[in-house]
Design a binder for this molecule. Sequence first.
Ligand code: PLP
Length: 395
Amino acid sequence: MQQTLIYLDHAATTPVHPKALEAMLPYFSENYGNPSSIYSIAREARRALDNSRQTVAEILGCQPNEVIFTSGGTESDNLAIKGVAFANQNRGKHIITSAIEHHAVLHTFQYLERFGFRTTYLPVDRYGVVDLQALEQALDDETILISVMLANNEVGTIQPIREIAEMIRGRKIYLHTDAVQAGGSLDINVDKLGVDMLSLSAHKFYGPKGVGLLYVRRGTIYWPQQQGGGQERNRRAGTENVAGIVGMATALRLAYENLESNNQHARELRDRLVQGITSSIDHCILTGHPERRLPNNASFCFEFVEGESILLNLDMLGICGSSGSACTSASLEPSHVLKAMGVPVETAHGSLRLTTGTSNTREQIERVIEVLPGIIKKLRAMSPLASGASELPSH
Ligand code: PLP
C-alpha cells in the first residue's frame, strides 16, 4: 500500500493552487498569443498581463508600472542588485547585505566584488536578526545599496526592514529586500516597509515555478540585466511567461485574501511541532527567533546526528523535510546561516527544517512527533559523535 505523503517543505516550494492552475490553462491553449502582437488572441494575452500586474500592484501597494515580471526570485535578486550597483557606481561602490542571505543575493555580491565593488556582510545575532549597529557603522558616503531579506529561508527569522529604511531615510541609498520567503504570509506593502525594490517568487506561495517579480520604486536608477526585445517597458527583455504570470497573480491574490486563516493554520501546526519535538527529544534546539519568525517555520538542530540521515529516514516514512536550505542540501557544508548565528559546526550538521502549509493536518503533525524521537535515537545509537551525549545537559 502506498503511504500518504506528509509534505513539510513549503519553504522549498509549494503545490500550485487549483484555482491558479485553472486560471493559467487558457494561456497554454486557446489564448496562446504573444502579448507583443496585435491580433485578438495576442490582445487577450496582453490583457491578462495587465490584469495580473494590477492585481500584484494592489497587494504591494504600488503602481502597476513599478512591477517587472521575471523568471523567479533568483533573477529578481540579480536584477535588483546588479542593476542598481552598475548604474550607480559613479556615486560610490560600496554595497551592503547580511551574512544570512540566500545565495541568489550572496553570490551576486561576490560577483560584483570582481568589478571592484566593496561589500559588507552584516553579522546577525544568535536568533538570526541583522545587527543594526553594525549597519550604522558600515554606512559611508560611498554606500549605494543595502539588500537585506524580509525573512530568512532556513530559520524563518523576520528582519527589521522598516528600521533599516528609517535609518537611511534622506540618504541616497537604495534598499532592496528579498521577500521570497515572506510572500504570501507577511505584509509586503512596499511603502510600509519603506523599500525601493522587492523580490518575490511565485512557487513559494502556491503559484507555478519559474516566475517571479521585482518591484522597483519609480525613479530608481538601475540598468536592465538582460538585453533583447522591449518587453516590460525595456526593463526585462524576453517574451513574457503569460500563463505563469497569470498563475502567480492568482496565487498571490488568494494568499492575501486568506492571509489570516492560512497563517493561523500554519502557525498552530508549527507550534505543535515545535512543542512536541523539543519536549520529547534531548539535545535539540529551536533555531531562529522564538517569536519574530515566519508562521510556518519550525527549524531545529539535533546534536550528535547528521541532518541528511534524518531526512532519509523521514523520507522512508513518506515525510518531506529539509536540512539547511533546499538549494544547498545536496552539499555537506554546514549552513552559512547557522554558522553566522554562532551555532557550532557539529551542531549545525544536525539541522532539520519543517515548514507547514495549507494542506497539512493535525494528524500528519502528530505522526511526525510520534516517529521523530525514534529516528533520532536510532541515529544517535549508530553515531560516534553521540558517545558523550548522556553526560551533556539537555537544552
Ligand atoms: N531568495 C530566497 C530567500 C529563497 O528562499 C529562494 C528560494 O529558495 C530564492 C531567493 C530563489 O528563488 P527562485 O527559486 O524563484 O529562484
